[in-house]
Design a protein around this ligand. Structure first.
Ligand SMILES: C[S@@+](CC[C@H](N)C(=O)[O-])C[C@H]1O[C@@H](n2cnc3c(N)ncnc32)[C@H](O)[C@@H]1O
Length: 273
């Protein structure tokens, strides 16, 4: 099976008769054609989207774990262990996440304080309880100071990795996940291999949500979410919505994102086993 597009061609060669068994010839061919067409459409859409992207730059390796390195804020960028962990151009995304996580009302759990942009937007929306888990001790100390600034409501800062601190925090009506890979092992497992970075947090998020609660995160998919990503979501949640946030302006040499859009996902109704 061959597909020729303007700038590439793709061949699919099933190597085992058991592929899509026990389908008879015609339905099997229909399913194979659809899978191949989907890939071709996806690569074509990516090619079009790339016209609006910035060139980007290579990301340095993480030499010290993110919770053991000293953070610095330089020109609106949170730098930790050589990584651009957070930049202010992400503000529209953070606003969308804050809206989503506070929509059910009640208690909000936020994972990752960073520059505190999403936390600030959450506070503007007046949550009853606002727990923020932050792994980097210096960033957590900044969060503590921020929490004591006048006008903040119901903020509790929890210092430590979510993996070590989540148990015992209870259930939440909204869960917002926005961390950064802790080390190169997490880059390899969660950025390079998973459908989307937040996937490793789907199970803990589902466990931390109340029945009517909303789990939100952003995904560096551009104008949709992939079937692979949807399948991963549906293993843990019964329903989800996608909002495309566009008009983003990452810098020309950004080391972690390049397109003017990203997808904000809101997943609901955890599947309880
Ligand atoms: C991208 S920033 C968060 C940005 C934030 N939403 C904002 O608006 O500024 C990621 C943060 O997650 C923290 N982090 C990374 N891994 C974590 C983990 N396992 N548990 C808790 N925090 C983590 C990092 O130290 C960093 O401060």
């Amino acid at each position: 099976m061959l597909r020729r597009a303007a700038k590439f061609e793709v061949t699919l060669n099933p190597t085992a008769p058991s592929l899509l068994a026990p389908m008879s010839a015609e339905p099997r061919q229909f399913l194979l054609d659809r899978a191949l067409d989907e890939f071709v459409a996806d690569l074509g859409a990516l090619d079009e989207a790339a016209e609006a992207m910035v060139p980007g730059a290579a990301r340095p390796r993480i030499d010290t774990a993110i919770d053991a390195a000293e953070p610095a804020v330089v020109d609106g960028t949170l730098l930790v262990s050589g990584q651009e962990v957070m930049q202010t151009w992400e503000a529209p995304l953070m606003r969308a996440l804050a809206r989503a996580v506070t929509t059910p009302g009640g208690a909000v759990l936020e994972i990752g304080f960073g520059l505190g942009l999403s936390a600030g937007f959450v506070q503007e929306l007046g949550p009853a309880r606002h727990v923020i888990v932050e792994a980097n001790p210096q960033t957590a100390a900044v969060a503590e100071q921020w929490a004591r600034t006048g006008g903040r409501r119901g903020v509790e800062i929890v210092t430590g990795r979510w993996q070590d601190t989540l148990a015992g925090l209870g259930r939440f009506d909204g869960v917002l996940f926005d961390t950064y890979p802790m080390d190169e092992t997490e880059v390899d497992e969660y950025v390079m291999r998973d459908a989307t970075f937040a996937e490793h947090f789907f199970a803990p998020a589902a466990a931390a949500l109340t029945e009517g609660g909303a789990f939100t995160y952003y995904s560096n998919e551009i104008d949709s979410v992939s079937r692979r990503h949807q399948r991963a979501l549906l293993r843990h949640f019964r329903t989800f919505a996608v909002e495309i946030v566009d008009g983003l302006r990452p810098p020309e040499d950004c080391s972690y994102w390049w397109a003017p859009s990203m997808a904000v996902i809101v997943a609901r109704r955890p599947r309880r086993s």
